[in-house]
Design a binder for this molecule. Structure first.
Ligand SMILES: NC(=O)c1ccc[n+]([C@@H]2O[C@H](COP(=O)([O-])OP(=O)(O)OC[C@H]3O[C@@H](n4cnc5c(N)ncnc54)[C@H](O)[C@@H]3O)[C@@H](O)[C@H]2O)c1
Length: 310
């Protein structure tokens, strides 16, 4: 069985720095490779700032793992059982990195890519033998949002997906298995579907950006944070469950689906949204809003974790 105590993080920007903090909290040793000047200080600072919330959420389950930086990706992966790749979302950058690490990987190592938009098949093109590569797509910030979407395919080494799932469970993540390759995997497609209608409602003048956002976070968003949409509708028609719900509301949903908008995210739409966001946030900057978001996520996670059944 692959030894998952030693890990490598390749690319330590928004996503990689957060992965680093989470892995260290689970007692993993982490070797980071990121060519940006000053990346080591930025990552160290990120980990220190993330630590209190990792402790608060019960994710700091072990003594902090050992953190090391290297300027050689082959050195980073040497001896690692699990490698999380979070370099920029450009195929040529990912392929060039894979070519550098492939000869140095342990025979049973797993390399998980955080890629949001690129598909596994596209990324496999950068390998002599793509057996170790799986998709391990997180949500930002990975140390706070539990979900990871995991996927392999016929070119993936048997057992690599299961090893990735075992690793993610060890560091406190909740995984789903993506069975078929589609752009955006699962969760981003769901976000895109909702955002499309949110934009349509704004551009049609049905409600402001602020009110459409409020309609999500103060309404169904709170429920979605407890259970998924289909399970919630299973609870929406009494004892008859989902079958009764479908009977009762088929006409309504079919009517609404027929009426949903299909906006396109062009410059005009973006200007409209940006103006609406300026009104909604009264000029508050994204950094301070991110801090508010993270504090709210942490509080919700801490409150609900003891109630989760699995
Ligand atoms: N930002 C998000 O919300 C989000 C969410 C989920 C997944 N992802 C995915 O995670 C990956 C990274 O995204 P990000 O938002 O962290 O980007 P980012 O630009 O913040 O970070 C990328 C990091 O990679 C470094 N880098 C550049 N070239 C490199 C190389 N050859 N080797 C190693 N490091 C290199 C950069 O210096 C930078 O620190 C992408 O595939 C993205 O799709 C992003």
């Amino acid at each position: 069985m692959t030894d998952l105590s030693q890990t490598a993080v390749l690319g330590a920007g928004v996503i990689g720095a957060s992965w680093t903090a989470l892995f260290l909290a689970a007692g993993k040793s982490v070797t980071v490779f990121d060519p940006a000047q000053g990346a080591d200080a930025i990552v160290q600072d990120y980990v220190d700032r993330a630590w209190p919330v990792l402790e608060q959420l019960g994710l700091a389950t072990h003594a902090r793992g050992q953190l090391r930086f290297t300027d050689d990706p082959a050195d980073a992966v040497a001896g690692a059982g699990f490698v999380q790749e979070s370099v920029p979302e450009r195929l040529e950058v990912k392929h060039a990195l894979y070519a550098r690490i492939e000869p140095a990987l342990a025979s049973d190592a797993v390399v998980a890519s955080s890629a949001s938009g690129l598909t596994l098949s596209e990324m496999q093109g950068g390998w002599q033998n793509p057996g170790p590569l799986v998709l391990g797509h997180p949500f930002n910030p990975p140390h706070l949002i539990p979900l990871v979407e995991v996927m392999g395919n016929t070119r993936t080494r048997p057992g690599a997906v299961e090893t990735a799932e075992r690793f993610y469970a060890e560091v406190g993540k909740i995984t789903i298995r993506v069975n078929k390759e589609v752009p955006g995997h699962v969760a981003n497609r769901l976000q895109a579907a909702l955002w499309r209608e949110a934009i349509h409602l704004v551009t049609e003048g049905v409600a402001s950006v602020e009110d459409v956002d409020k309609a999500v976070w103060a309404g169904p968003g709170l429920r979605w944070a407890t259970m998924g949409p289909t399970t919630l509708f299973h609870l929406g028609a009494g004892a008859g469950g989902l079958a009764e719900f479908c009977t009762r509301y088929a006409d309504s949903f079919n009517r609404w689906w027929d009426d949903l908008g299909t906006p396109y995210l062009n410059a005009e739409t973006a200007d409209r949204l940006v103006a609406g966001m300026a009104e909604a946030t009264a000029g508050a900057d994204p950094v301070s809003l991110s801090e508010d978001r993270d504090a709210l996520i942490a509080a919700m996670q801490a409150a609900t974790a003891p109630l989760r059944k699995g």
